[in-house]
Design a protein around this ligand. Structure first.
Ligand SMILES: [Zn+2]
Length: 460
């Protein structure tokens, strides 16, 4: 009888703080150790590591670099543990970028909070956002990364092996498959869509005794990419007519490259006759890393010797001085700027400059999270607050909630049930409504579903 155990250490009934401990009885593998996001209660949960005895931890696997999966890994360097961290080659490249940026952002937010408090200005919460780790700890963690090819098996001893399967979602994202004498465990990580270039679709779940699976869009269906391209083409044509720029809040890893792919496609069809400015050094560097791994991209993004995400008229801005020149734009253009929820970063400058201008368009290209500036803007308010200033909203606001790298409910079901029905399925990484909807859908298909709380161990 198999004795396979999995414990959700985070992302149980929520979408951040992903971390799962898999215990085969022979070997223990930690899959992901992500940041809990959401202010300010997430701070307290991030400062302490999950209650696991790292002496008994054989390996760590990193599914992908989004900080809600990777953002606390450097804290492992504050314990005596010094084992391998398995990930794909593109993930190793992106991790260096993302984790150094995460450490830098923690320092900036911490010191800004203190500065605002000392000046008697408004601060969120009673405590400054914590600095969770140092640059040196990030570098130590990066030294632990062991990049694997997709499907390359690594022997963990005692008859246990680990391999990574393509998960789609973002460049380098992988599911984790662990084979042991008692059976097989698969941990999905975040699963992508089949039709979201430049990222390819996920490899279907193999037959398994225990599957830990994400449920982010367990209660939703997404529009196809063809519809998205025609919708963006319509918005571009309307903006050209209005004579102002299109401002797009964007995430650096994943969303920025999806948008660039669509804009490149439109340009190749003669449907985009304006410059595109990418105002996010992190997104620019992440885009360059995509170009280093053309074989890991969607077939429609592989253009032989061409850089798959570059095109004439695309300008990557690497400094504030460059970005400030866009304040005086006289011709229509597309400005992609971080951050995707409008919670900070270069996008705030462009929104403050262009929201009061009726010639401008703001394109909200993904899920507009409630409580964020982008969430507020999606409700078409007369004014918004940016850095304490009240800004009139005269610009045309368009919402196209079709981008994003997650499989929808049909995609999740297709991934899971392409082969034999698994012995047991644990759902993680989903808000309660999404997780419950997917649970009932899969139960109707004959699956045995568990929806545990944080810290609860499931045995298969
Ligand atoms: Zn993700």
């Amino acid at each position: 009888m198999p004795d396979l155990r999995a414990t959700l250490l985070g992302a149980a009934g929520e979408v951040t703080g992903s971390s799962t401990l898999i215990d085969t009885g022979h070997r223990r593998v930690l899959v992901d150790l992500g940041l809990v996001q959401g202010e300010p209660s997430g701070h307290d949960r991030n400062t302490t590591l999950p209650n696991i005895d790292t002496r008994w931890l054989d390996a760590v696997a990193l599914t992908h670099v989004h900080v809600d999966h990777s953002g606390r890994l450097p804290m492992l360097m504050q314990t005596p543990w010094r084992g391998p961290v398995f990930c794909t080659h593109p993930t190793a490249d992106l991790a260096a970028l993302a984790l150094k940026a995460s450490a830098r952002l923690q320092r900036v937010r911490h010191h800004e909070w203190l500065k605002h408090r000392d000046r008697g200005q408004f601060t969120k919460g009673d405590q400054p956002p914590p600095i969770l780790y140092t640059k040196a700890e990030v570098n130590d963690l990066l030294d632990r990364l062991v990049p694997l090819q997709i499907d390359e098996a690594v022997d963990l001893g005692e008859g246990v092996s680990l391999r990574l399967k393509q998960a789609g979602h973002i460049l380098g994202a992988a599911s984790v498959q662990i084979d042991c004498p008692d059976g097989r465990v698969v941990c999905s990580g975040d699963l992508g869509r089949d039709d979201a270039p430049p990222i390819p679709g996920p490899t279907r779940c193999p037959s398994a005794d225990l599957v830990i699976m994400e449920s982010t869009y367990g209660d939703r269906e997404r529009r196809s990419v063809d519809n998205v391209e025609s919708e963006i083409a319509r918005i571009v044509a309307a903006a050209a007519h209005r004579g102002g720029p299109i401002i797009v809040p964007t995430f650096a890893i994943g969303r920025a490259q999806q948008l660039l792919h669509v804009l490149r496609t439109l340009q190749s069809r003669g449907l985009l006759e304006m410059n595109v400015y990418l105002d996010s050094p992190l997104a620019a560097r992440a885009t360059d890393i995509h170009s280093h791994w053309p074989d890991d991209l969607h077939p429609s993004s592989q253009h032989g010797l061409d850089d798959p995400l570059d095109f004439p008229g695309l300008y990557k801005l690497m400094s504030r001085k460059d970005a400030s020149r866009l304040d005086d734009l006289a011709a229509p253009a597309v400005i992609l700027a971080g951050n995707g929820f409008g919670e900070g970063g270069p996008i705030l400058r462009h929104l403050a400059r262009w929201l009061p201008d009726a010639k401008a368009t703001v394109l909200l290209s993904g899920h507009c999270l409630a409580g964020t500036l982008v969430g507020h803007l999606s409700g078409d308010p007369p004014t918004v607050k940016i850095d304490g200033r009240t800004i009139a909203v005269e610009a045309n606001v368009e919402v196209v909630d079709a981008f994003g790298g997650h499989a929808d409910a049909t995609g999740l079901e297709t991934w899971l049930l392409a082969n034999d029905t698994p012995g047991q399925v644990i759902l993680n990484h989903g808000e309660p409504d999404a997780r419950d909807a997917l649970a009932s859908r899969l139960t109707q298909r004959g699956c045995t579903i568990r929806t545990p709380s944080v810290g609860e161990t499931c045995v298969a």
